[in-house]
Ligand binder design. Structure first.
Ligand SMILES: *Cc1c(COP(=O)(O)O)cnc(C)c1O
Ligand code: SF4
Length: 454
């Protein structure tokens, strides 16, 4: 005889109070109490760097994620607070001099823009390529690089609850209009998806789409329940709100509506994947962070975790192992470890590929199979996502074994290829083919694609 098992209602163990979102930008550095005890020089340096690179941090991050006893080495402090060495010496000096002279804001902005333009604001040809068209018109805010997945940048989601100092989308945050690429046009997105049956995944990204009001998200996502969009099996939402503002999923005014939206999409047969950006286990140490995770998962949505390997933040085997274990414990699926992109303050954050691979391997060795779903270290480069699979020796030559996890041509995926080993290389373009070959197997085709796209 079958007995019916009923599960007790999953009542949250703890009630959470609504919390007001309070944020500081470069103009309010002197209002942040927690940093007022730092040395005068440090505060000046912050001010200088924050006038070039985006700076924004909220009270929750300051008060609950940063361990101030560990500053300046605290990983979350490094994640959000500007440091002098994030700018090249010559850039720093140029801007610092203006501040010392008491130059006006406009003057500082002009120089700051010149400096930014030298920092590769749009890596991996984000601007020139991947621009899809609908009815002969280029679509703003939509990128279609890999066959199965369309990226959508809703214009209401082009900021974040705090900014990561290493952000590769930093150019969008500093107000240079010509660098912004976003869309408000739900109709055009839907039109494009309707015309592209090969697309299975929509990835809503930003900035942080979780900055948006739920009603905006509804407007983009609910229409996808129409049979016309049956080919869109998966709706992914990239976010760092689980770190920077977990209240978004728990106590914000439209948090319940958001949770209902996820549940509705799931119930209608979509896979909802929250692509959580995590760098360090310290991001998941508060009750509210765990409650947000619990609420999302209770809808049937999955949370997958990805994030870059960053010097001063998480260039540490134990930190990764502990992060992955924590994720698995909370039901999150480790997904990608990225290599920091070649943009912005890369000089400060970069970790050589050889070292990145060793950190990855040592961390993977420490976790169970359930945490070994994390792939990487992976470079999101022009031709695709390229993973360092290993370091080995073939007939006396030390090499990197590489593979495409994603390719501009899907046929490139999963073909092993080889580059000469290098202690210092930090990105794909610094690698040379191994075994005396002239080019990597994909290079001619990739060059032709670039020309084709203008
Ligand atoms: C990473 C990425 C995707 C998604 O790739 P998956 O391997 O499916 O996670 C899609 N588009 C772009 C441009 C990307 O960089
Ligand atoms: S959350 Fe993502 S988009 Fe926002 S600042 Fe950090 S890296 Fe950039």
């Amino acid at each position: 005889m079958n007995s019916i098992v009923t599960f007790p209602n999953r009542i949250p163990v703890k009630e959470f109070e609504e919390r007001r979102f309070k944020v500081y930008t470069d103009r309010q550095l002197d209002k942040i109490e927690a940093i007022q005890n730092l040395p005068e020089d440090t505060l000046f340096e912050m001010k200088v760097v924050a006038s070039v690179l985006p700076f924004r941090v909220n009270e929750y991050v300051i008060n609950e994620l940063i361990n101030w006893d560990q500053v300046p080495n605290d990983p979350i402090y490094q994640l959000v607070f500007p440091q002098k060495a994030m700018l090249k010496e010559e850039h720093y000096e140029r801007v610092a001099q203006l501040h010392r002279e008491g130059a006006d804001k406009k003057e500082i902005q002009t120089i700051a823009k010149e400096v930014r333009d030298e920092l590769n604001p749009h890596p991996a040809g984000q601007m020139e390529m991947n621009m899809p068209e609908l009815d002969g018109e280029v679509l703003d805010g939509v990128q279609h690089k890999y066959r199965e997945t369309v990226l959508f940048f809703p214009s209401q989601g082009q900021t974040c609850h705090s900014y990561c100092t290493f952000c590769f989308r930093w150019a969008q945050f500093v107000g240079d209009k010509d660098l912004k690429m976003a869309s408000t046009d739900a109709g055009k997105l839907h039109g494009y998806l309707a015309e592209h049956p090969e697309v299975t995944d929509l990835l809503v990204t930003g900035g942080d789409p979780m900055i948006m009001k739920t009603k905006n998200l509804v407007q983009y996502l609910e229409p996808l329940l129409d049979p016309e969009y049956d080919h869109i099996q998966t709706i992914r939402i990239g976010t760092k709100a689980l770190t920077f503002w977990p209240y978004r999923f728990v106590t914000d005014k439209d948090a319940d509506e958001l949770i209902e939206l996820f549940a509705k999409l799931v119930d209608a047969g979509k896979h909802v994947a929250i692509m959580a950006h995590y760098n360090h286990w310290q991001e998941i140490t508060t009750d509210i962070a765990e409650e947000a995770i619990r609420r999302i998962r209770a809808t049937g949505a999955e949370i997958r975790a990805q994030g870059p390997l960053i010097k001063h933040v998480n260039d540490d085997t134990d930190a990764w192992a502990r992060l992955w274990k924590k994720e698995v414990q909370l039901g999150i699926i480790p997904y990608y470890m990225f290599v920091e992109r070649d943009t912005g303050a890369k000089n400060y954050f970069e970790v050589p590929l050889a070292e990145a691979f060793n950190i990855y391997r040592e961390a993977i060795k420490k976790v169970s199979g359930l945490a070994r779903t994390a792939r990487g270290p992976s470079m999101s480069a022009g031709p695709g996502k390229v993973e360092i699979q290993g370091i080995t020796e073939v007939q006396g030559e030390k090499v990197f074994v590489l593979r495409f996890l994603q390719g501009r041509n899907p046929d490139w995926v999963q073909r092993p290829f080889f580059a000469k080993y290098s202690e210092t290389a930090t990105w794909l373009h610094e690698l040379e083919p191994a075994f005396g070959e002239e080019k990597f197997f994909f290079e001619d085709e990739y060059e032709a694609m670039k020309k084709g796209n203008g």
